[in-house]
Each structure stands twice: as C-alpha cells, then as structure tokens.
Ligand binder design. Structure first.
Ligand code: OAD
Length: 224
C-alpha cells in the first residue's frame, strides 16, 4: 500500500499548507521564495523564510494521521509513504519507509562542494549558512519550482505506485507535478485510489473512493 501525502497531512500538526484559505502561497510569492532564481537574487531572504518554517515545524508534533499510517505497518501491509512534505513528521510519527519527493527542510546542501548536511536545530546560527568543509553557501535541501525531483526518490516512487493494490492520496491538492502524476500512473497500473481530503477535490476523476474529512480524524478510523 502506498500513501501519497501532501501539506494537508501536517495541517493538524500546525504546519501551514500552501494553497487554500490559510495557505502560505496566499501571502507569499513562490517565485520570490521557492525558485533557484529567487535564491540567487536574495539568498538571505529565502533563508529567512526557510528558517521561519524550520522554527514552526520544530514546534510541531506528528498528529493522529501520521501515527495511524505508522500503525498500519504493524497491521500487516507493507506501507510506503511517498510525501511531498519536507517536515519529517512521517518519520517522527513512526513510518519506516518514507520517500521524500521534495527533499527535507532539515537538510542543507553546499552550493560549492555539493555535500549534504543535516541540521536539526530549529534555527540556524547564521543566515545564509556556510559549508563547514569549503566555506561556500549552503542552500535548503528541498526541491524548488523549476527543479527536478531527486531521481532516486522519483524512480522509487514510480516503481512503488506501479505495483501497489491501493494508493491512498492524503491531503494534497494534486496541483504540483510531477508528484501528482503518480496518481494516474498507479491507476493505469491497476491500483484502487482512495482520496482523503478536507475539501472536495477532483484529481482528474482518478479516485475510486473519496473520503472527505481531516486526515487526523479519517486515517485512525480507516486503519481501525
Ligand atoms: P496544498 O497546500 O496545495 O494542498 C493541501 C491540501 O490539503 C488541500 O487539498 C487541502 O484541502 C487539504 N487539507 C488541508 N487540511 C487538511 C486536513 N486536515 N486533512 C486532509 N486534507 C487537508 O499542498 P500540497 O498538495 O502538498 O512544493 O502542495 C504540493 C507542493 O506545492 C508542496 O510540496 C510545495 C508546494 O508549493 C514546493 O514548495 C516545491
């Protein structure tokens, strides 16, 4: 079983979503904060935004939805979580097979030597942070608009959804590609698609079952 998750999964943990009424993209322009061009133009501004989000996420706890997916593993089926979230809450909630399609806010990558650094502190000491190895600037270890997904994460996700019986699509607006493409890929390979979302969303008519409600309420019941 595969769970494809988005920002709605972490909403009940207090992590803001991107679209919708309270979404981050209502008040912030993604072109100014989440593109390689934005980072090149103003790295400190971009880092301030990511550092603010690190602070929010550091205070957040996994919610009942995260725990339910982790519990599902114990019940028998092999569960792979393919997430667009960068917050690490699935892992903290106990899920053991998590593919981070959009990277992680707790990782930083050196623009010079390309080394990947892990830093779990809520706030970084200096903005922008610098690589301890080579002194070059570090960037957030996330995927920005206009960038490719990490190839191994994408290939593993395609492989997983191509051979699953069930794809649970939880808390994502399905508007961002290529992540959203995983739904038709799963569908064409014969998976049943179950949609869990607070709102009534379409997803190209791919859903076999639609459950409208908050993931923190629905998932524990589904697992039960
Ligand atoms: P969105 O903000 O686009 O969508 C969040 C979805 O979650 C919406 O469909 C909401 O209806 C739903 N939702 C909100 N609260 C919920 C709850 N408690 N239970 C269930 N559903 C709930 O977030 P994503 O689809 O994850 O990428 O966005 C995809 C990507 O766009 C993100 O990874 C990010 C963003 O720009 C980058 O920054 C590259």
């Amino acid at each position: 079983m595969i769970a494809l998750t988005g920002a709605g999964m972490s909403a009940e943990s207090g992590v803001p979503t991107f679209r919708g009424l309270d979404g981050l993209w209502r008040n912030y322009n993604p072109q100014e904060l989440a593109t390689p061009e934005a980072f090149a133009a103003n790295p400190t501004l971009v880092w301030e935004w990511y550092d603010w989000r690190r602070g929010l996420i550091a205070q957040a706890q996994p919610n009942a939805g995260h725990f339910a997916l982790a519990q599902l593993e114990e019940k028998g089926p092999f569960v792979t979580v393919v997430t667009q979230n960068v917050d690490g809450l699935h892992q903290r909630g106990g899920s053991s097979h998590v593919i981070e399609l959009h990277g992680s806010i707790w990782k930083l990558r050196c623009m010079g030597c390309q080394r990947l650094h892990s830093d779990l502190r809520a706030h970084l000491r200096t903005l922008p942070p610098l690589c301890e190895e080579c002194g070059q600037m570090l960037r957030p270890g996330v995927v920005w608009f206009g960038e490719n997904l990490p190839p191994m994460a994408w290939e593993a996700s395609v492989e997983a959804v191509s051979s699953t019986d069930v794809l649970l699509v939880i808390g994502t607006s399905g508007q961002v590609y290529p992540a959203a493409q995983l739904v038709p890929i799963a569908k064409e390979a014969g998976a049943k698609v179950i949609l869990v979302n607070l709102e009534e969303i379409e997803l190209g008519g791919a859903a076999d079952i639609v459950i409208q409600g908050a993931s923190g309420e629905i998932l524990p019941k589904l697992v039960q």
